[in-house]
Write a protein that binds this ligand. Sequence first.
Ligand SMILES: *Cc1c(COP(=O)(O)O)cnc(C)c1O
Length: 339
Amino acid sequence: MQVNLTSDTATKPTPAMLKAMFAAEVGDDVFRQDPTVNELEATAAARFGMEAALYCPSGTMTNQLAIKCHTQALDEVLCEEKSHIYQYEGAVYSMFSSVGVNLIRGERGKILPGQVTAAVKPRYDWLPISRLLVIENTCNKGGGSVYTIQEARTLVQEAKSSGLAVHLDGARLFNALVETKESPTEWGQLFDTISICLSKGLGAPVGSLLLGPAELIARARRYRKVIGGGMRQAGYLAAAGLYALNHHVDRLAEDNARARRLAAALAPLPFVASVEKTETNICIFHLAADLMAADFLETLASHGIQAVPFGPQTVRFTTHLGVTDEMIDYVINTCSSLS
Ligand SMILES: *Cc1c(COP(=O)(O)O)cnc(C)c1O
């Protein structure tokens, strides 16, 4: 059996999604004449009760367009040190927006109450200007950790009372919402801008959306174009995103449950030192004593199981649309037999 637990980006379109893609009506989206892209943007904006949305090739682009639109050169962005915008976006904020970051050390990628207020810099000519707070829900490097709306509200209030804008990196926001049962509109009301990924657990092959006020999204659209992100008949891809928003949100609860089943099964194994709290579809665990992640992953690969290292002795398993209960049984049996 082959099981790919490397990432929830490993998904491929289902036959029904492919059918929707082939049937898409398209036009030139740079002229805003692609009806499917327009429908995707309108659907996503409405889902979150926000004014407008922008379809982009990736979540890196939606996050960086948000930073660009919220900041000016020599400002700084407050974020948790495990955040994707800091860890995995090549420090491009420094080039594209000419801003720095102010890193906050929270817990499992989550900023704690009081930490935003404490991190905001006073206004002196020699200091960066704290301009934007970014929080990530769920936090990837935090092991798929979930903010509740109350937790987020506290941080947003701290940011707003210091005059900061707030952006939510919600690449996996729906993985959180199926657990907390909160509505997207509650989150839409709280944040100035939100980024969501269609190509992770939702199962579309490509794409992310930036949601926000119409005026800001219009500026983001122009920046998207000039950095080469204007896509022409993008409706073929947008159709997959629309299909995902309409059919693949609720099923994320299954991915989350499968990751938790993995976590529970791994915890007692002798070669596992500890398993991080697993709330959604990401299970991070640490190997015992002298077992290195590279060696462990090679052994798993010889059994057809793929995963990624998350440190010298740390491994990440990620569940998604392409992982079934039978595959989880197989991974659990294989790991058990190794000990
Ligand atoms: C995947 C991801 C992104 C965007 O990544 P792309 O590969 O650029 O689409 C942004 N934020 C988080 C938390 C992610 O996991």
